[in-house]
Design a protein. Structure first.
Length: 178
């Protein structure tokens, strides 16, 4: 059984990035949020992202932050992979990709997959009802405009936990079963 998990931060008015795709408004991670992220990252087997999120991470010019786990980048373009890390560009559509993972099952040891973002790829996963859980940090900042998270949480998901991680609200949602 493969679980598709979205772990993401949004502003309090529901944006994951500002108008130009920037995430400079995200506060520095406090120790509790850092620990939460490290525990989460240790719990996943694979990272999925859209090409714009991939290019945003590369633009930071730092070491690839998801080393040790394969990262699949969804793109129809022949993107460059300038680092030696395990980065795979896939032109598959999300449904076929996830069905492929489920067919491989436990043989491939992929039990939990982090859907990292961004909005366009998330929309595609939501439309195909591929997301099993959402872990959503809300940053107490109002952006007014930007790239939306774009999920109708009440429609497809049930709130299963609402807690504080350090100073940040973190809500956990499970997909409604139907
Ligand atoms: N706050 C957070 O926690 C967080 C997390 C992640 C990302 N972000 C931010 O989100 C922003 C990027 O989000 P975004 O919505 O603009 O782009 P995105 O979802 O990261 O990437 C979209 C691109 O992915 C490719 N793609 C391939 N298959 C797709 C499919 N089935 N559905 C949708 N896209 C597909 C397309 O590019 P091709 O033309 O290459 O085919 C599409 O233009 C960045 O600014 C990043 O910083 C924030």
């Amino acid at each position: 059984m493969v679980k598709i998990s979205l772990y993401i931060c949004s502003s309090d008015d529901g944006f994951i990035a500002d108008k130009s795709g920037g995430v400079g408004w995200l506060p520095p991670m406090g120790p509790e949020a850092q620990k939460n992220y490290e525990d989460y990252f240790a719990s996943i087997d694979m990272v999925l992202m859209g090409s714009k999120s991939y290019e945003k991470v590369l633009s930071f010019g730092m070491d690839w932050p998801y080393s040790g786990k394969p990262s699949y980048v969804f793109s129809k373009r022949p993107l460059e992979t300038p680092t030696k890390e395990d980065i795979i560009i896939t032109a598959q559509d999300p449904k076929a990709f996830v069905e492929g993972l489920k067919l491989k099952g436990d043989n491939e040891k992929t039990k939990k997959v982090w859907l990292m973002g961004g909005s366009q790829l998330i929309k595609s996963f939501v439309e195909d009802k591929l997301i099993d859980e959402i872990l959503l940090f809300t940053i107490p900042k109002t952006l007014g405009d930007g790239i939306p998270l774009g999920i109708d949480l009440d429609e497809d998901f049930t709130l299963v936990n609402d807690s504080l991680v350090g100073q940040l609200r973190m809500r956990e949602f499970a997909r409604k079963s139907n």
